[in-house]
Design a protein around this ligand. Structure first.
Ligand code: FE
Length: 207
C-alpha cells in the first residue's frame, strides 16, 4: 500500500468558528465538503485537540469561512498557534461579522461562508466527523478558493537551510528545533503528531 496516494486527494481550507456563551473561537480545517444538496448538507472532520471541537460538541452550531489564495501564513499562525482554551482569537482580529446564528465568520481572505447546524456526529478516534444542515450561506468575493495543495506550494514558509538539527512538519511547515523529536510531539500549529514530521536535513537536501 502506497500511503502517499492520500496526498493526491484534493481539499480546501477553512476557518471553522463556533460560539458558546460569550466565548468565540475558531480553528483551521481542510476536511469540509458538501455531502448532499437536497437538503443542503456538509460534513466536517475536526481534531479533538481543538477547543472549537469541544464547543461544537456542546452547541452544534458553526460557521465555515472559505479561505482564498490571498490568505497569508499569518492567518494560520493566528488561528493555530494558540489554543482557544487559553486565548481569545478574535480579540485582535478585526475582519469578521456575525451571521444569523450569532457565530463569527471571517470577511477578509474569504470568498464565502456557510452556517451549519449539526444533525449527527461520529467518533473517529483522533477526530469527530460532524454532519450538518446548511442553515445559511453567502458569497463574499470572486477570489479563487485556496486548495490544500496551493497552501503547501505557495503559502507555507520554506524550511530554513541553515538549521542542521530539527524536524519540520510536513503539513504546515512548523519547524521543531532540536533532535530527536519527542515521540509524543504534537505540532502546535496544525495538531498533527510526530509521524507527520521529517528531518530538516532531508528537506533541505531534497529542495
Ligand atoms: Fe503542523
Amino acid at each position: 500500500m502506497n500511503e502517499k496516494t492520500m496526498f493526491n486527494m484534493s481539499y480546501g481550507l477553512y476557518v471553522l468558528t463556533a460560539r458558546e456563551g460569550e466565548k468565540d473561537n475558531g480553528c483551521i480545517i481542510n476536511t469540509a465538503q458538501q455531502v448532499t444538496s437536497t437538503p443542503n448538507r456538509v460534513s466536517i472532520a475536526v481534531n479533538k485537540q481543538n477547543y472549537t471541537h469541544d464547543m461544537l460538541i456542546r452547541t452544534g452550531i458553526f460557521n465555515l469561512s472559505i479561505l482564498t489564495e490571498q490568505v497569508p501564513f499569518s492567518l494560520f499562525q493566528h488561528f493555530g498557534f494558540c489554543s482557544g482554551r487559553d486565548c481569545n482569537k478574535f480579540m485582535d482580529w478585526d475582519a469578521m461579522l456575525r451571521s444569523n446564528n450569532g457565530v463569527y465568520f471571517l470577511t477578509r481572505f474569504v470568498n464565502g461562508y456557510l452556517s451549519g447546524q449539526v444533525i449527527n456526529h461520529i467518533d473517529l478516534g483522533t477526530h469527530t466527523l460532524f454532519v450538518a444542515d446548511v442553515t445559511d450561506c453567502d458569497v463574499l468575493s470572486s477570489d479563487p478558493s485556496a486548495t490544500y495543495a496551493y497552501y503547501h506550494k505557495q503559502i507555507k514558509p520554506k524550511p530554513q537551510r541553515e538549521l542542521k538539527r530539527g524536524w519540520v512538519c510536513k503539513i504546515c511547515g512548523y519547524v521543531y528545533e532540536g533532535d530527536p523529536l519527542p515521540e509524543d510531539f504534537i505540532c502546535p500549529i496544525c495538531k498533527h503528531g510526530a509521524s507527520d514530521f521529517e528531518p530538516l536535513a532531508n528537506v533541505a537536501t531534497a529542495k
